[in-house]
Design a protein around this ligand. Structure first.
Ligand SMILES: Nc1ncnc2c1ncn2[C@@H]1O[C@H](COP(=O)(O)OP(=O)(O)OP(=O)(O)O)[C@@H](O)[C@H]1O
Length: 378
């Protein structure tokens, strides 16, 4: 556990009557009937972050703006070193921006100190890639830790720990030590610990990156369930587009510290504008079939059998109209590969086709597709 993270648990409240300690949200008896919150917004305004050390300066973030709505699941994606951790750690002030402001429910995080900072950290839970569980403590003791340092009385502590463990589906193993748990169970404990203070915002720092694909899906399902039941805001960082596709409603793509695109997931996936976004999407899409790739040339062969290989992207309310697409070409259109998805009631996806190109370039037809690109000729 880093010093900064350990600091989250070291800070003590003066007494268990401190403001904000009364059980709220799910922790309130009988409050499991759905979200009622309106708080939990995060706003990044003109964020810049430069690390300075003897080795020199590293510009980790530059001019990042973003608005995270209360109750949404907002994903931040980027390649290694893009600045994801630097950005998410500003929300609970594990880091401070060099320029710009982070507002949580309209409150500038930099202006908080003492009890107000402790209050913020209670409202913002955090889940880590490597779980950060204390090996010498049992599951119950790990989950109880934030309540213990906040001075919550024993009976209330036990009630909240039981409720948090039930919420994450860990009804057994309460007295086990972390070494006896699977990766998925460890992460459930990490999530229970993050929820035990009934936060309004949950930060997930590569929460599934250490897990196998099946366990990843079950943890993402749990996060989605928690978001729906409790109405809390989830802000997650990942380098996997599949994680974003699975649970996020909005996404921000970071590249070398800058925002390269942001918007609803269906839109960014269905109409990727930046090379970094396309590269991150690659694992989700099939490449060219091998035999086609081998024959692909940059110019038409100049005979009547020559076909263009065209990549279409789709993002919108309507599914691709194959007949209308085929009518754009001077002959039969063959579908080489297709990947289509429905996210938030919108279709997004990609279609690879081979067909004889008309003499003119492909027209822009926003009602039919969001992008079309000739990859080459066979
Ligand atoms: N404490 C630090 N001191 C100096 N440089 C740092 C520090 N933390 C991060 N950096 C640098 O800032 C840049 C962004 O790092 P950051 O960890 O935010 O990226 P990331 O997208 O989360 O990467 P990863 O996916 O590999 O964790 C990198 O070049 C990194 O080396």
């Amino acid at each position: 556990m880093s010093d900064a993270v350990a600091g989250l648990y070291r800070e003590r409240l003066p007494s268990d009557t401190a403001p904000g300690l009364a059980p709220v949200g799910w922790a309130r008896a009988g409050a499991a009937n759905g979200p009622t919150r309106r708080s939990g917004t995060v706003r990044f305004e003109g964020i810049g972050k430069t690390y300075r050390s003897k080795a020199g300066e590293v510009r980790a973030l530059e001019a990042v703006d973003a608005e995270v709505e209360a109750g949404s699941i907002f994903g931040i994606i980027g390649r290694s070193g893009a600045g994801k951790s630097s950005l998410i750690r500003l929300v609970n002030r594990l880091e401070t921006p060099t320029v710009g402001r982070v507002l949580v429910d309209g409150q500038d995080v930099a202006a908080l100190d003492g009890e107000a900072l402790i209050g913020l950290r209670r409202r913002v839970g955090m889940v880590f890639q490597h779980f950060n569980l204390l090996q010498a403590k049992t599951v119950r003791e790990n989950v109880a830790l934030p309540l213990l340092v906040a001075g919550v009385a024993r009976a209330e502590r036990e009630r909240r720990v039981d409720a948090a463990l039930a919420l994450v589906g860990l009804d057994e193993k309460h007295d086990s030590y972390p070494a006896r748990l699977s990766g998925g169970q460890k992460q459930r404990v990490g999530i229970a610990r993050a929820l035990v203070n009934d936060p309004e915002i949950l930060l997930c720092d590569e929460a599934t990156s250490a897990l196998d694909p099946e366990t990843t899906l079950s943890i993402l399902g749990l996060l989605r369930d928690i978001n729906r039941r409790l109405g809390l805001t989830i802000l997650l960082i990942t380098h996997e587009m599949s994680v974003i596709r699975e649970i996020c409603t909005k996404v921000l793509v970071l590249d070398r510290g800058r925002t390269v695109e942001t918007g609803p997931v269906w839109q960014v996936f269905g109409n990727p504008r930046h090379e970094a976004t396309r590269a991150l999407l690659k694992p989700l899409t099939r490449g060219l079939p091998e035999d086609i790739a081998e024959r692909l040339g940059s110019r038409p062969a100049g005979n009547s059998a020559s076909e263009a290989v065209v990549e279409f992207f789709f993002a919108g309310e309507r599914e691709p109209d194959i007949a209308a697409l085929a009518a754009l070409f001077d002959g039969p259109m063959r579908v080489l590969s297709a990947s289509l998805d429905r996210i938030d009631g919108r279709t997004q996806g990609r279609l690879l086709v081979a067909a004889p190109l008309p003499a003119a370039v492909l027209p822009e037809r926003p009602e039919l597709f969001s992008q079309a690109k000739v990859l080459g000729y066979v």
